[in-house]
Design a protein around this ligand. Structure first.
Ligand code: CTP
Ligand code: MG
Length: 221
């Protein structure tokens, strides 16, 4: 069974506000992307890796993968304007006969082997997709402008993270639909009537979004 990891790293990182894409933000002296690359390379589950790179940054991504000795990286392609378009560009490089696509945000550098284990083991139990997720701990309200409309029951809400694992052929089909507005891959598979399961996520899988997040994750490396 072949497992292909797709790292989506093509975002501009506007909220981080650096002079370079977020994938190349400095994290303990290395580009942010180095963490996900190295951790997927050393994962026992992963056979091959595709990177959706910031457009015009394919060369630096290839050099980084070489420097880190990431022999599983088989393709580096420019990503798209939106995350699902980048996933689509990455999946296009995945072998036709791949069994599993494991999609991961480069913006979540603290990727443990235990999480990969968790999503892969659940997928192998027969689900179409598996998503690591955390319970919502704050009270959630629906608002319109400044006005609170209602408070939402949070006991059945979770916050989704990556890596997300899918039966590769199902994700490929789901990506054929209109992907606008899909904020994660699971949403596409759900919309295609796929059965998606959640497993326990990890706080350390936090997505680096704002500058202060870099310091937080640097402590967890
Ligand atoms: N991503 C991508 N292609 C895009 C947009 C996002 O591959 N066109 C990736 C990012 O590189 C990141 C993940 O999707 O690993 C989550 O996106 P986000 O945190 O929003 O990153 P950015 O879009 O880079 O940040 P911002 O929204 O602040 O510009
Ligand atoms: Mg974004």
């Amino acid at each position: 069974m072949s497992v292909w990891a797709v790292i989506v790293a093509a975002g501009r990182g506007e909220r981080l506000g650096l002079d370079r894409p977020k994938a190349f933000a400095n994290l303990n002296g290395r580009p942010l992307l180095a963490e996900s690359l190295e951790r997927l390379e050393s994962s026992e589950w992963v056979d091959s890796i595709v990177v959706a790179s910031p457009p015009d940054w394919e060369e630096p991504v290839i050099l980084l993968a070489e420097e880190l000795g990431c022999g599983k990286v088989v393709s580096v392609v420019p990503g798209g304007e939106t995350r699902p378009e980048s996933v689509r560009a990455g999946i296009a490089e995945v072998a036709e006969d791949a069994a599993v696509a494991l999609v991961h945000d480069a913006a979540r550098p603290v990727l443990g082997e235990d999480i990969i284990d968790r999503v892969m083991t659940a997928l192998n139990e027969g689900w179409d997709g598996v998503v690591p997720a955390l319970p919502v701990s704050d009270t959630v309200k629906r608002v319109r402008g400044e006005e609170v409309l209602e408070t939402i029951e949070r006991s059945d809400l979770v916050v989704a993270q990556t890596p997300q694992a899918f039966v590769a052929s199902l994700l490929r089909t789901a990506l054929g639909a209109d992907v606008a507005g899909a904020t994660d891959c699971a949403a596409l598979v759900e919309a295609a009537a796929g059965r998606v399961r959640v497993v326990e996520g990890d706080r350390r899988l936090m997505k680096v979004t704002e500058p202060a997040d870099l310091e937080l994750v640097a402590n967890w490396l």
